[in-house]
Design a binder for this molecule. Structure first.
Ligand SMILES: [Zn+2]
Length: 308
């Protein structure tokens, strides 16, 4: 009977913490619904997205590490197009999992998108007034951020590193949230081990696989990846200085990993919709991230390497 109970209970307990497709879908559907008007920087819906993430961080029991609770407000600037309201309120949402460790790993994803197509960088021929839902870019990454936060906050393991979960504002205006944090950090940057970035992880294509950038940003990454397998296909890329907020961390000589499922015809268009997100594949991507993070946490603090 004890053996039977053990067999019955253990998988349920272990699986309960793992990222789940149904929660990923729920987060993406909320953040990228038409009611959110594309989460443009400075819009009420962008603020609503920040509030949603704030509430989730609070629910998981993370400690606030912004300058105003979980929030770190800043002023973003629209530079690509000329608009009367070029200065817009923005904020990062920052939650800390304090394991009492000397060093901290950053896990980040931006939550802003192109709004109603009036802040530049839409690829639609007539973008003004159209809702740019940004399901893949980057509700998918935020869903990943929330699932990783939930996992690490509730797994009853005290990891040898602290974890800092950050949802960045104003990425689409040029990495402004991540740069603002790095210039106004709420913990010493010297204590950061490495940064994991998720931007567009919802369009898994089995022919391509999920790309993992930043492999060359520390000599420790090959050891971390050794023997790690996944039901989905993945490949590494040495470069760490492009694509998303990871570039801002790379510029500060912090090792990075950047997860990305690749470009598609809906990129930066009003058709980047929630029903096109492959939540089952995203779940496997997050499991892979957990496997890599757990192996990285068995290593000493990483040393940064510039990629030629
Ligand atoms: Zn993005």
């Amino acid at each position: 009977m004890r053996v039977l109970l053990f067999l019955l209970l253990l998988p349920a307990v272990a699986l309960a913490q793992q990222p789940a497709a149904k929660r990923i879908r729920r987060h993406v559907r909320f953040l990228a619904s038409d009611a959110m008007n594309g989460r443009g920087t400075g819009s009420p819906e962008n603020a609503r997205a920040a509030r949603y993430i704030d509430n989730q961080f609070r629910r998981y029991g993370l400690n606030p590490l912004g300058t105003n609770g979980f929030r770190q407000p800043f002023v973003a600037k629209v530079r690509r197009v000329v608009v009367p309201d070029s200065l817009r309120p923005a904020e990062n949402v920052i939650g800390f999992l304090d394991n009492g460790a000397p060093y901290t790993i950053v896990i980040g994803a931006h939550y802003d998108h192109l709004g109603m197509g009036r802040q530049g960088s839409s690829l639609d021929s007539l973008p003004q007034g159209k809702i740019h839902n940004g399901a893949d870019d980057n509700a998918s990454g935020v869903a990943g951020l929330l699932e990783l936060a939930r996992y690490y906050a509730n797994n009853n393991v005290k990891e040898p590193y602290n974890l800092l979960f950050m949802a960045f504002g104003a990425e689409e205006l040029g990495l402004q949230g991540s740069r603002y944090f790095l210039n106004n950090p709420t913990l010493p940057l010297a204590n950061l081990n490495f940064m994991v970035c998720m931007d567009m992880i919802g369009r898994y294509n089995p022919d391509r696989g999920v790309g993992i950038g930043g492999y060359g940003t520390s000599d420790a990454w090959p050891t971390v990846f050794q023997g790690v397998t996944s039901p989905i296909k993945f490949f590494t890329d040495r470069a760490g200085n492009g694509g998303s907020d990871n570039a801002a961390f790379y510029a500060k000589q912090i090792p990075v990993l950047f997860f990305h499922t690749g470009g598609h015809p809906d990129y930066h268009k009003p058709t980047d919709d929630p029903d096109k997100i492959n939540v089952d594949a995203e779940k496997h991507i997050l499991d892979l991230e957990i496997a890599l993070l757990n192996r990285a946490m068995q290593q000493p603090k990483m040393v940064f390497t510039a990629v030629k």
